[in-house]
Design a protein around this ligand. Structure first.
Ligand SMILES: NC(=O)c1ccc[n+]([C@@H]2O[C@H](COP(=O)([O-])OP(=O)(O)OC[C@H]3O[C@@H](n4cnc5c(N)ncnc54)[C@H](O)[C@@H]3O)[C@@H](O)[C@H]2O)c1
Length: 256
């Protein structure tokens, strides 16, 4: 149920959520909308996006690829129709191949970095100037625990998420004075289609990979999209007004 207090937290604020069609981006978008934000939702999966948009009053949907500059520009134009941009969440991402670094193909590497790194940069490129013109705003980018420490199971993904961490920190170093506040969320294993894909890629070893991932977490379980989304909303909110440039694990203590 939406209360007046809920609606006030992001009431009237305009923002872009990439990867809004599934998993963590979906949960963030639904919660932001419930608390009053007016959103542009970007995802390459038209059907999934339409289902989320139905539950986000006043949202504009843009079906597109975050790695394609023209698609991100369309999302930015949609933002202009809604009002001054104040919020950005870059959740679109892929896992890529779960093989050792030398076995990653050039095409897989390029696609992974196009989506996870260039896709994040394109969103910043288009939204940050708009936020600055609006007097400032709050950003959360999506890295991963694998962006903070090396990962032997998905090393290329780990490299791409490390880049997201440093891109966001560099943004903080250069743009805080212009009213931009940016933080990075670094989830551990969260129950979404991407986590299931990471296990499925192990083929016959899927159950063993799942057991191993669960067992090495101090909480002995996977996180939920809600647990990540609540952290993202806090980081976007005025309650986090002095939290800037933080790469925050939401991982049950996996990196403790
Ligand atoms: N689930 C986890 O365990 C976990 C852990 C750490 C980090 N993350 C990160 O969280 C973010 C969300 O992951 P998730 O688990 O919700 O995944 P997910 O696969 O459930 O959702 C990702 C969404 O992004 C969209 N997307 C992918 N590539 C796109 C592109 N090129 N253009 C536009 N949209 C695109 C997909 O269509 C999908 O709707 C990702 O950046 C991921 O790397 C997830």
């Amino acid at each position: 149920m939406t209360t007046t207090a809920d609606a006030a937290r992001f009431g009237g604020r305009v923002g872009l959520v990439t990867g809004a069609g599934s998993g963590l981006g979906r949960d963030v978008a639904l919660r932001l909308a419930r608390e009053g934000a007016r959103l542009v939702l970007l995802d390459r999966n038209a059907e999934a996006l339409a289902a989320v948009a139905r539950d986000c009053p006043g949202a504009e949907s843009v079906v597109g690829d975050v790695a394609v500059a023209a698609d991100v520009a369309r999302a930015a134009a949609a933002l202009d129709r809604l009002g001054p941009a104040r919020l950005l969440v870059t959740a679109a991402g892929i896992l890529g191949p779960t093989v050792p670094l030398p076995e990653v193909s050039e095409a897989e590497w390029d696609r992974l970095f196009a989506i996870n790194v260039k896709g994040t940069w394109l969103a910043l490129k288009h939204v940050v100037p708009r936020m600055e013109a609006a007097g400032g705003g709050a950003i959360v980018t999506f890295a991963s625990g694998a962006g903070l420490v090396g990962n032997p199971v998905f090393p290329a993904y780990s490299a791409s998420k490390g880049a997201v961490v440093m891109m966001t920190r560099s943004l903080v170093a250069g743009h805080t004075a212009k009213g931009i506040r940016a933080n990075i969320v670094c989830p551990g294993p969260i129950e979404t289609p991407m986590l299931r894909d990471s296990f499925a890629q192990a083929g016959d070893g899927a159950a063993a990979r799942e057991d191993y991932t669960r067992a090495r977490n101090p909480m002995g379980r996977f996180g939920t999209p809600a647990e990540v989304a609540e952290t993202v909303l806090f980081l976007l909110s005025d309650a986090a007004s002095y939290v800037n440039g933080v790469a925050m694990p939401v991982d049950g203590g996996r990196l403790a």
